[in-house]
Ligand binder design. Sequence first.
Ligand code: PDD
Length: 280
Amino acid sequence: RIVYLNGEYLPEEEAKISIFDRGFVMGDAVYEVTSVLGGKILEFEGHMNRLARSMAELEMTCDLTRDEWVEIHRELIKRNNIDEGMVYLQVSRGNAGDRDFHYPPEGTPPTVVLYTQAKENLADDPKAKVGIKVISLPDLRWHRRDIKTVQLLYPSMAKMAAEKAGKNDAWFVEDGFVTEGSSNNVYIVKGNKIITRQLSHDILHGITRASLLKYAAESQMEIEERPFTIEEAQSADEAFYTSASAFVMPVVEVDGEAIGTGKVGPVAARLREIYLDESL
Ligand code: PDD
């Protein structure tokens, strides 16, 4: 695989970064994941806007232009012959020299890494046909979840706990209400209404979420942006989640209780279809 590191395209074995890189030592890095379908990048503008916002919130700078970001994405997709898959992008605050909590001096170049991952059956995901099962866990993450940092240890622990319980994923709960999934935004459906938590520092502002809500409104669905509990999800008609890597994924069970019929519902199935149609 050919990857991108600080201006160069290299075989992955040759892409090396410093042991003093703040992304490595402090988790001081932000990232984006974009999907590729039919060789085409999905939601590029949205992901670039969020990257810029994450960096601004952390006072990180990087002098790559929008055109250069596009070029790197396209080049990697081409060189690695990606038809279906994703592009991972990470910007860290760079090499700080000795370990220090303080940021390195202004002008220290960031470390920019991008690579592709091919994935089969991304659009035609068999899981989307049966739905996934989740467990709930307390949300123990920090309180700036709107910034897409690489501090993913708790989400990793949550996915491992879900796997151990024989389920697919975890939903995080804070003060009695669901915040989001371990790596996705979550929704419940009641009749013609879609309920999802409103944007704040408590959740990541999903790029897929923004498009999904737009398409749902265009399909005459009602949208209510407010928090909901696990109990409300368990008595809803349907549930689903959205993310760049899974699009719209039906959720059919929470904490051992079936949601609705326990099968993929018509709203989630239709929204997945609409999302993929609009994206392709
Ligand atoms: N995860 N919430 C969290 C905590 C996430 O990590 C993600 C994305 C989302 C959905 O955002 P978007 O629709 O922009 O992908 C919500 C990515 C896919 C990941 O970490 O792999």
